[in-house]
Structure formats: structure tokens, C-alpha cells
Design a protein. Structure first.
Length: 316
């Protein structure tokens, strides 16, 4: 459980780490399933569900897989991990559903960076605002993530102003000059980061493996008002539903997967599944529409400077 001070820190910075959320047999099973997916991706099996970087010599480097819920029940089970859901619920303060899942794999010496960005919809320079309800990813780490093997770096305190102008700075400046901090984790740790927080990572030039299973949980109002225009979200809604009975059935299936695999369920976690999704009912937790309150407290000048990152440049 997060303390109130940790919840407040998350809303100041835009990201936070929770240690040892997935553990024991559940973590071992998750890593074993990820091993199989990684081998398939590196071998070019089921190419539609895998992602590759083209290289100048014509070769490709595997770095990502989609549709993890369809690949092994353990990915469904981990998505409904009660500790994970409780922590997420503390931060978001509203009901939420799992919307998108993915697997990011930095293979040894693969050297595939993730350039500085904000996640959709915030990468669009025309996107004006951050929604009053928090919008958060949960990144579940399967291996040690270090500066050396390409951990995520993030710039704190810029997640409440809509689009941030990272495109106006070089990758070097974003890593070195604008207050970015590394997020180093171990197996079973979870990083919660706002979709609007500017972040990026270097490539993995070591002999280590660095893998992450991530889930984008989302509140219904955020989905409708911030994502309804995006083609991939429209396709998801058409194919399997996002907040309808199909989505609820998928969430129940995730809970059932935990039972079938012998993992703990929601009982005693403070989390319940309702028509609007999962909800954390305990304390402490984020007040409703908390980001709206924080945004309203900022001046127009502060918002402008945070959008342009001039809060952090050496000239400032």
C-alpha cells in the first residue's frame, strides 16, 4: 500500500515505483511465459503480434510484442493481481478497466532506444489538456532495469499541462540537461507513470535482458474524452469492448485465471469489480478528479513554462 505521502509524491512527479508487487510462483510463471514470447519474437513467429526495428544491413531487431492476454493465462492473472490493482486504485481514485497490454523486451546488446515522448494522446502538439482524472500506466518488471541496460528516464512535474514540447530538444539534452531521473527497478517491481509524463530510454548495449509487461488501465470518462478519436482504441472497442459486458467478462476471466493458477484473489485487498471496472475502496486514496484540482491551482505562466520545459533549462 502507498502512504498518503507517496500518493502526494506521485501527483507531484507523475511517476512512482512500488517494490516487490509480483513475487514468488506468480513472478516465476510470468517470466517463464515471457521467455517463450521473446523466443517466438526473436525467431519471427507470429510476426503480426511482434515488433521489430529495421537495421541498415537489412536485419531486424525484436523489441516488443502485443496481445499478451491472448498468449498465456498468466498475463491475464497478473493483470488482476490484487496488490497491483490496490496500488493503482490508490493513485487513480476512480474505477478503472484494463484497456491495453504489451510486452517491451530489450534483448542483450539489442541497442533499441525508446526516444523521448509522451504516450497517446499527449504526443500530439495540438493536444491541449491533461484530463482531471489521472491517466496511468502500470509497468511490471521481469528483470533488473538499470541505467546501463536502458532503464526508463522521466522528467518529473510536467504531466499536468497536456502536450510538452520534447520535440524542441535533442535526446542528449532531455537525458542530461532537463532534470530527468532514472527509474531503476528489479524483478516484480512496478513503475506507475502518467501517460502525460515525458519519458524515454536508451538502448541496451549490455549482455543483460530487460523486459517489461505493461498494462494501461483507464477510467471510462478518460477513455471517452481523450481516446475516442484514436483509431486503435476504436478498433479495440469494436473487437472486444472496453467498458461493456464483454470487458466485464474479460475482467472476470482474469480473476478466474488467478484462481486456476492458485494465486490469491481480490478478497481482503480493498478492491472490488463493479460495472465501471475495478475500484479500490480503502484509504488512503486519491480524491475524485484530483488532477483537475491541481491544474486549477497552476497559473497560466506556470503551465506555459512547463509545456516548453523552460522551468528546467539552464537559461531559466
Amino acid at each position: 500500500m502507498f502512504t498518503q505521502a507517496e500518493i502526494d509524491q506521485f501527483h507531484r512527479d507523475g511517476f512512482i515505483v512500488a517494490k516487490g508487487v509480483v513475487k514468488g510462483e506468480e513472478l516465476a510463471a510470468l517470466r517463464k511465459a515471457a521467455d517463450r514470447v521473446m523466443k517466438e519474437g526473436m525467431a519471427g513467429v507470429d510476426e503480426e503480434g511482434h515488433r521489430y526495428r529495421p537495421n541498415p544491413d537489412g536485419s531486424r531487431t525484436y523489441f516488443r510484442s502485443e496481445f499478451m492476454w491472448d498468449r498465456d493465462p498468466v498475463f491475464e492473472a497478473v493483470t488482476a493481481n490484487p496488490s497491483l490493482l490496490a496500488l493503482y486504485g490508490q493513485l487513480v481514485g476512480h474505477p478503472f478497466m484494463p484497456i491495453v497490454d504489451s510486452f517491451v523486451c530489450k534483448i542483450p546488446e539489442g541497442d533499441v532506444p525508446v526516444h523521448w515522448h509522451q504516450d497517446p494522446p499527449f504526443g500530439d502538439p495540438e493536444w491541449p489538456d491533461t484530463h482531471p482524472i489521472p491517466n496511468i500506466d502500470a509497468d511490471i518488471y521481469l528483470d533488473h532495469s538499470t541505467i546501463e541496460n536502458g532503464c526508463v528516464w522521466a522528467i518529473p512535474g510536467h504531466h499536468l499541462v497536456g502536450h510538452v514540447e520534447v520535440e524542441n530538444y535533442s535526446e542528449e539534452m532531455l537525458f542530461d540537461d532537463l532534470g530527468a531521473v532514472p527509474i531503476e527497478l528489479g524483478p516484480g517491481d512496478v513503475s506507475f507513470h502518467c501517460l502525460s509524463a515525458p519519458h524515454g530510454s536508451a538502448g541496451n548495449r549490455t549482455g543483460d535482458l530487460r523486459r517489461t509487461f505493461y498494462v494501461h488501465y483507464m477510467n471510462r470518462e478518460v477513455q471517452e474524452q481523450s481516446y475516442g478519436h484514436l483509431g486503435y482504441v476504436q478498433q479495440l472497442e469494436k473487437d472486444r469492448g472496453l467498458f461493456d459486458e464483454r470487458a466485464l467478462a474479460a475482467a472476470r476471466k482474469m480473476i478466474d485465471a488467478r484462481k486456476e493458477l492458485g494465486y490469491d484473489g481480490l478478497k481482503g485487498s480493498g478492491v472490488r469489480l463493479m460495472d465501471e471496472g475495478f475500484e479500490f475502496t480503502g484509504d488512503p486514496r486519491t480524491p475524485p478528479r484530483h488532477w483537475g484540482t491541481l491544474i486549477a491551482a497552476m497559473s497560466a505562466d506556470e503551465i506555459k513554462r512547463k509545456k516548453s520545459l523552460t522551468f528546467l533549462t539552464r537559461a531559466a
